[in-house]
Design a protein around this ligand. Structure first.
Ligand code: ADP
Ligand code: ZN
Length: 803
């Protein structure tokens, strides 16, 4: 028997011979170990056949790693689609779909027991196993399989283990394991901190448990806070923590917000929600593919609708995938989903520990968990009988993977659902232009929620023209206008909460020397490094390289360094000066790396321990904080000037989402937008909540300038350390494309330096290729692009970030 095996290399699948001993395990979607050149690699079996190619000697498969196929047939099909559409090697696509390093079945060892050494053989297969083990004493399952080729090795071993003739880790029934857990003793946080004394780690442990508001296993605390068990033992001795023992179970608690609550009075759906739900339930009953766009402003009850649709799918014995754009959004939804669906919930994302991830993935594969929640990779969960895929915040560019394979989970959700005859709900307050276009074309059915649940009032929009404030426009400048200060004062006095958006982390975007003009650029990326005051570092936000922040200019040695502009750190500093004594937290990629992560931070804010949250766009997404009555964006123009045709759409989305964060409780909210471009249509539309108006204007721009969704776009990027080589490579590609007969239907922009011309020490040149005929574009590129170029070639189909 032969197998085509997709390996994680830029090549099509390669054919190998399956030795007779391994034939019983050969299955599509199982992993296999092979040699490729001098290297050993693990790939996935994508085809089994007997078509021996003439004149080549095939190498044998060394081992089949899985007892059962890892990927069901429909996911193999989806992988093939991804490889074709996004022009990525199938093996790399498959590797991306599977959780990393799932333990190989064959690595488990079996040992001959004393009873086994003396026992009389039973069946022929049992004799083979016992004889093999008598020679060596112990073997791995893979060695046994390779030597004996038994059809059901697991079954034979189970029988032998039962009668005590062999033993091994994998053969023992799992006994219950116990773990130690801790919780805060009664008494206030302040008392605990005082008792714990000056130990920073002790303090971190207490703060972690306080933020989580529930017990946690010792292992969890030690990992989250990065402390030794000794630190926890000391706190137990001091009486700050209670320690107890509990049965080990997979606990996803720390990936959820808050405690379980008694269900509130059941919500009665409004008419528009009923209609939307009924449309989805109808197609679930027909078991047909049906794609929907569920549109409604923040707080209009979209989540309520899709969770009920999920219930309907489960009631039909089908399964559900719930996608959110970012891991940070998982905890809030996880608690909600768990309350409704209990142990049916599985969470899949890279923030889980390896063990947890494997366990969750296995639960899904075995059908023990039927609702999968996670970011884009959760789309590849090995669920059978898929009924519904929900893509929440479908417009979010995080659904696009920015490394190979560069897939967009939002678009693939439609493909997977089509293969599975499932329903898809793309959900958004401000749908992507692509989805709006698809509604126009009849490819998506629009379900609209018109009212706001709960209170009904829209937030009041307040525009501040920074030109009138007399603020000079310098890069990264941030300013608290008189109006904003007044709104903040009033909100604080009323005891309500505030969210301030500054989409830039660090202290200042530039540390400039006033004497010589040096701006401390990253030598590899060619752009100024950001000044981080708390870490005392200059950090390149493009490649992450950093150095200690200098106290005098590195070039002219003058003590004339001045931070220019402001990131979140400086906004926090300014805020504390203006409003001393107010409890403030900062949420951005830097602070979310601290113990407890963004979850602890958001939980603190949700409880009202903190009155003001300053942050990057992480604060604008998805969270539900009833106490917030004021939100503000300090500089709405930060995105508008980006050299990206989606810059305007992003600005609009950001502002609308931020507005949606205000006044979700029973109070009307206010949103302050500070800008240098008060007349810009994105800002005006966000201010007036004029979604139709924005969509019309933006669609016109896209149509006139031939941008997606009116065309398909592919970004072709050539990178190399050597500038000439990269420039030459892109010129050559451009001329090949222009010489191709299909190029008449294709619009080529460039070659030109990429917006980030230098990144991580490489020079980058790009071509943007667009066509209204997507298929032609694919055909052309597949014929023109070199399979193994001498430079680094990036092909990004439907790009989201043109950097
Ligand atoms: P969205 O997902 O559109 O932002 P949610 O579904 O999260 O909105 O709803 C916002 C809030 O309103 C939630 O607290 C939810 O429980 C509540 N809610 C939703 N639908 C209704 C309804 N029909 N009546 C009353 N409250 C509702
Ligand atoms: Zn850099």
């Amino acid at each position: 028997m032969l197998a085509d095996i997709a390996l994680p290399v830029p090549l099509p699948p390669l054919t190998y011979e399956i030795p007779a001993a391994w034939v019983p395990l050969a299955a599509l979607g199982a992993r296999a170990r092979v040699r490729m050149g001098p290297r050993r690699m693990t790939g996935v079996i994508v085809r089994l056949h007997d078509e021996r190619p003439a004149g080549v000697t095939l190498r044998p498969v060394e081992e089949i790693v899985d007892r059962e196929p890892l990927l069901p047939a429909d996911l193999l099909e989806l992988a093939t689609f991804v490889a074709g559409y996004y022009m990525a090697p199938l093996g790399e696509v498959l590797r991306n779909m599977l959780p990393s390093d799932l333990p190989p079945w064959g690595d488990h060892r079996v040992r001959l027991t004393d009873a086994g050494a003396l026992a009389l053989p039973g069946t022929a297969e049992e004799r083979l196993v016992l004889e093999a083990l008598r020679e060596t004493g112990r073997m791995t399952l893979a060695e046994l399989q390779a030597r004996l080729g038994v059809a059901d090795l697991d079954g034979v071993l189970a029988g032998l283990a039962e009668s005590g003739k062999v033993s091994g880790e994998a053969l023992r029934p799992r006994s219950t394991r116990y773990v130690t857990a801790v919780e805060l003793a009664p008494g206030g946080l302040a008392t605990h901190l005082a008792v714990a004394g000056r130990s920073a780690q002790g303090k971190a442990v207490i703060e972690y448990l306080d933020a989580m508001g529930r017990p946690a296993t010792t292992a969890e605390v030690a990992t989250a806070v990065e402390c030794t068990p000794a630190v926890i033992r000391r706190l137990v001795k001091l009486g700050v923590l209670h320690q107890f023992t509990q049965v080990e179970r997979l606990s996803l608690d720390r990936h959820m917000f808050g405690h379980r609550q008694e269900p509130a009075a059941p919500i009665v759906l409004r008419g528009d929600q009923e209609l939307a739900l009924a449309a989805v339930v109808r197609v679930l009953e027909r078991r047909a593919f049906a794609p929907f766009l569920l549109q409604g402003m923040t707080g209009s009850g979209k989540t309520e609708v899709y969770l009920r649709a999920a219930r309907a799918a489960l009631d039909q014995e089908r399964t559900v995938i719930l996608l959110v754009p970012e891991i940070a959004l998982v905890p809030a939804l996880a608690r909600e989903v768990e309350q409704r669906f209990g142990s049916d919930l599985a969470i899949l994302h890279s923030g889980l520990g390896t063990g947890e991830r494997h366990q969750e993935w296995e639960r899904v594969r075995r059908g023990e968990a039927r609702v999968v929640l996670g970011p884009r990779s959760a789309l590849f969960a090995p669920l059978a009988d898929l009924g519904l895929i929900v893509v929440d915040e479908e417009q979010d560019s995080s659904y696009k993977q920015e490394i190979d394979p560069r897939y967009n989970a939002r678009d693939l959700a439609l493909v997977r659902a089509q293969h599975a005859n499932a329903a898809v709900l793309l959900v958004s307050a401000t749908p992507s232009m692509e989805s709006r276009f698809n509604v126009e074309k009849g490819k998506l059915e629009l379900l609209r929620l018109t009212a706001r649940a709960g209170q009904g009032t829209l937030p009041e929009g307040i525009l501040v023209d920074l030109k009138e404030e007399g603020v000079s426009r310098r890069p990264g400048e941030v300013h608290f206008s008189e109006r904003l200060k007044a709104e903040i004062t009033q909100t604080l006095a009323a005891g309500e909460q505030i969210i301030l958006l500054r989409n830039r982390r660090g202290y200042a975007p530039i540390l400039l020397c006033r004497a010589c003009g040096e701006d401390h650029r990253c030598p590899d990326c060619g752009l100024p490094r950001t000044y981080h005051l708390k870490q005392r570092r200059l950090v390149c936000h493009y490649c992450g390289s950093h150095l200690a922040a200098p106290s005098r200019c590195l070039v002219c040695k003058e003590e004339a360094l001045e931070p220019i502009g402001a990131g979140t750190e400086r906004v926090e500093e300014t805020f504390r000066e203006l409003f001393p004594g107010v409890a403030v937290d900062v949420l951005d990629r830097d602070t979310s790396r601290r113990p407890g992560g963004p979850a602890a931070l958001l939980e603190r804010f949700g409880r009202g321990d903190v009155q003001v949250l300053i942050g990057t766009q992480m604060v604008s997404k998805g969270h539900h904080f009833p106490g917030v009555s004021l939100t503000a964006v300090l500089a709405a123009d930060a995105y508008l000037g980006f050299p990206d045709f989606r810059a305007v759409e992003r600005t609009y989305n950001l502002l609308t989402q931020l507005a949606g964060r205000a006044g979700r409780g029973d109070r009307p909210g206010r949103v302050v937008i500070q800008t240098w471009h008060p007349d810009h249509y994105a800002i005006q539309a966000a201010l007036r909540q004029d979604d139709e108006g924005f969509a019309q204007e933006e669609m016109r721009f896209r149509r006139v300038f031939h941008y997606p969704p009116y065309t398909r776009m592919v970004q072709i990027l050539v990178r190399d350390k050597n500038r000439d080589k990269a420039a030459e490579g892109i010129r050559e590609l451009a001329s090949h494309i222009q010489a191709h007969p299909l190029s008449r239907t294709v619009r080529v922009t460039g070659p030109a330096p990429a917006p980030l011309e230098r990144l991580r020490g490489e020079w980058r040149f790009q071509l943007l290729v667009r066509s209204a005929a997507g298929r032609d574009l694919h055909r052309l590129l597949k014929q023109v692009l070199p399979p193994s170029p001498s430079y680094d070639l990036v092909v990004d189909v439907d790009p989201q970030q043109l950097l």
